[in-house]
Design a protein around this ligand. Structure first.
Ligand SMILES: Nc1ncnc2c1ncn2[C@@H]1O[C@H](COP(=O)(O)OP(=O)(O)O)[C@@H](O)[C@H]1O
Ligand SMILES: [Mg+2]
Length: 316
């Protein structure tokens, strides 16, 4: 049975899009496909249209702090769908049409983690690259961080690789990032190992590493699901702040419709690998079109009678 069936969606530059659905609905598979992290054993098909304005295509040489803000139309991703007939037309922004199918010979190679590395014929600056263009935050920071490498080095490595910094510059950047994710005593934390930190602190480190190269898109896959409620709220607030400060686009994946509604501008609902509904958060919460979305809302209301949104349609 395929994990995803004809899923196609646009992600608008600068938006916060939540992808929700029950366990095994295909959320992680979709996120991993966008990030190019699906295992080589997976049968993969689809395309990504990644649209980046000319002025920002060489951003890997500029520190993210000096990059201009994203304009609303700056980037769109359309995974697992045929190429749009209107993409790549003359006069539009440069488009990278990424075929995510090993069968067509566009993908080869393997990373240490067993995932497929995307080696494409397009120039490097027109395709999304994990780390440089896409930051990915996993559910469990203990497995995404290297237990035997100092934290500063793990963050600096991302900056060094994608921003072409020296080690000294990259470590300085790592320290700044530790400050930005509000870890106490950044200088000491540079030299600490993951096991010396709490779960929430480790997730802050993982987020710092994910944004170290100034990616345009941040994907958080159940990034707060393993944390207790208070820490979860703090990490959501951190993600919201960083996304806003850096003008990033966010794909926030969660099984929790209330959490998704508190953060997202739009919500996509996945069920059994299919996209059943996609709409503005207020529409999904107040006027769901699909019975499954209503069931998710009912399940939430059964647990907690607090309204998800106030009457203005903003987060409660
Ligand atoms: N590595 C894998 N090998 C085989 N099937 C997988 C693998 N990972 C996930 N699946 C299957 O793909 C479907 C979607 O899983 P997943 O994307 O992890 O869902 P979610 O993140 O929504 O919980 C499930 O049926 C799951 O069992
Ligand atoms: Mg998942």
């Amino acid at each position: 049975m395929p994990a995803l069936k004809d899923v196609s969606l646009d992600v608008l530059a600068g938006e916060r899009l939540a992808i929700i659905g029950e366990s095994s609905s295909g959320k992680s598979t979709l996120a991993l496909a966008v990030a190019g992290l699906l295992a080589r054993s997976a049968t993969i098909g689809g395309t990504i249209n990644w649209k980046i304005p000319k002025s920002q295509t060489s951003h890997s040489f500029a520190p993210p702090s000096v990059l201009p803000d994203i304009s609303p139309k700056r980037g769109e991703i359309e995974p697992s769908s045929p190429p749009s007939p209107i993409s790549n037309v003359a006069g539009r922004e440069p488009t990278a049409e990424l075929l995510i199918s090993p069968q067509v010979g566009e993908m080869s190679g393997r990373t240490e983690g067993g995932a497929v590395a995307r080696q494409l014929s397009q120039p490097r600056d027109t395709i999304p690259l994990l780390g440089r263009d896409i930051g990915f935050v996993f559910q469990d920071p203990s497995s995404s961080l290297d237990p035997v490498m100092p934290i500063g080095k793990q963050i600096a490595e991302v900056a060094r690789t994608h921003l072409h910094l020296t080690w000294r510059e990259a470590i300085a950047k790592a320290k700044t990032l530790l400050e930005r994710v509000r870890l106490p005593n950044p200088e000491a934390t540079l030299h600490a190992y993951p096991h010396q930190l709490s779960g929430g602190q480790k997730q802050r480190v993982a987020i710092a590493a994910a944004i170290a190269a100034g990616p345009k898109l941040l994907i958080a896959d159940e990034a707060t699901s393993a944390l207790d409620t208070i820490v979860q709220a703090e990490i959501v607030a951190l993600i919201r702040r960083l996304v806003s400060e850096d003008g990033m686009t966010l794909i926030f994946i969660s099984h929790d419709i209330a959490l998704a509604a508190s953060l997202a501008n739009r919500i996509a609902v996945l069920r059994h690998g299919e996209l059943v509904e996609l709409g503005e958060t207020s529409q999904i919460v107040n006027a769901p079109q699909h019975a499954y979305t209503r069931a998710l809302l009912d399940a939430h209301l059964g647990l907690d009678a607090e309204p998800l949104l106030d009457r203005q349609g903003t987060s409660a």
